[in-house]
Design a protein around this ligand. Structure first.
Ligand code: DC
Length: 230
């Protein structure tokens, strides 16, 4: 018999970089009164902490030790998620392109993944949660009540990420062609790794957002969630 989740269903939301997962996950969690767990922020926090402690992104044992002890906290107020590292708000810092590349690099190491996966499973155990990442439906919560794979074409994802970078820093944003090259490189790294690669779980519902705007993508996932008892 499936375990009863006192706080609601567990929604696994996977997909490639810049597919809109974070925005959709936050909005769905907010609409349902659920918690939001951003697992990408955990890999990003490991990369940032490594940089601060002088541990190379290639040093698997050093990174695993950091990941085991990571003084990481999330503050979810029902609408926004703050990431705290060592008690310091690093929400903005972990979103940078550089830390994103570091996250993708540290995420290839199996002992780093093992440490973070354990933590993610503990955080999701009570249910009532939207968990976004790459391997949530396949590895972290293989028995999640709902698995969604959010996709969009690489060109559309690059366009969205570029618009976001321009909004943040109109003069410092890299050209679209460079953002597209980074999206493709990140896809290759995230899909090509041996442990917990980005892949579609057999029982996931694929939602292609290439031609959807954000409210439509949110409604699509909310409808699936309600159909599964959320
Ligand atoms: O979703 P994001 O862009 O914040 O993720 C940053 C990196 O972390 C991404 O390139 C791959 C990695 N990641 C992962 O390997 N597994 C997850 N569950 C989430 C993120």
């Amino acid at each position: 018999m499936p375990a009863v989740r006192p706080e609601g269903i567990r929604i696994a939301l996977d997909g490639p970089a810049a597919s809109g997962k974070g925005t959709v996950a936050r909005a769905v969690a907010r609409a349902l009164g659920y918690r939001y767990l951003d697992t990408g922020a955990m890999y990003r926090a490991v990369a940032l902490q490594a940089e601060r402690r002088g541990v190379a992104w290639s040093d698997a044992p050093g990174l695993a030790a950091l990941a085991e002890q990571l003084p990481l906290d999330f503050r979810w107020d029902g609408a926004t998620l703050a990431v705290l590292l060592d008690g310091q708000d690093v929400t903005e810092q972990v979103r940078s392109q550089r830390v994103g590349q570091g996250a993708s690099a540290v995420a290839v190491h199996p002992p780093v993944r093992a440490a973070l996966v354990r933590r993610q499973q503990a955080l999701a155990a009570r249910g009532g949660v939207v968990v976004d990442g790459r391997d949530i439906g396949t590895v972290v919560l293989p028995d999640a009540e709902l698995k969604v794979y959010l996709d969009a074409s690489p060109g559309e994802r690059a366009r969205r990420r570029h618009a976001e970078l321009v909004a943040r820093d109109p003069r410092g944003a890299p050209p679209l062609a460079q953002v597209l090259a980074e999206v493709n490189a990140r896809d290759a790294q995230d899909s090509g790794r041996a442990t917990g690669p980005l892949s579609v779980a057999a029982d996931a519902v694929v939602v292609d957002t290439t031609a959807l705007d954000i409210p439509q993508a949110i409604q699509a996932v909310l409808a699936l969630a309600r159909a599964r008892g959320a």
